[in-house]
Design a protein around this ligand. Structure first.
Ligand code: SF4
Ligand code: SF4
Length: 106
């Protein structure tokens, strides 16, 4: 480990452990399984980034599933997975593209 200690300042100067410039942050993708959604809006209400809204699509049950707000992108998702945790129907999930096995909707 490369760090120095300034005895006058009595404070260690620690190296940056992660050089953020070297890391490419891959945006996650938000997947919505429309047929499961019952339009409770919990994912919309509790998304900390406020990037979801009710869409004008209607699913088989007659409900409007959520969608990304126009002008927002996957880059705006904090990848907190809170929408996944709170959805009572397991109708929404967030994954990095590299982890993708299948794209369901949107
Ligand atoms: S993962 Fe978090 S920020 Fe992204 S859509 Fe879900 S609740 Fe919102
Ligand atoms: S929390 Fe789930 S069921 Fe409720 S609106 Fe969002 S996707 Fe649909």
């Amino acid at each position: 480990m490369n760090y120095s200690f300034d005895r006058k300042k009595k404070k260690a100067e620690w190296p940056a452990f992660v050089d953020i410039e070297e890391w490419k942050i891959v945006a996650p993708q938000i997947h919505i399984i429309s047929s499961r959604c019952k339009e409770c809006s919990w994912c919309i209400e509790f998304c900390p980034e406020e990037i979801l809204e009710i869409s004008d699509k209607i699913n088989e049950k007659g409900y409007h599933p959520p969608r990304l707000i126009e002008g927002k992108t996957f880059e705006n998702c904090a990848e907190c997975h809170f929408c996944e945790l709170i959805c009572p129907e397991f109708a929404i999930f967030v994954k990095k593209p590299a982890e993708e096995e299948e794209i369901i909707v949107e």
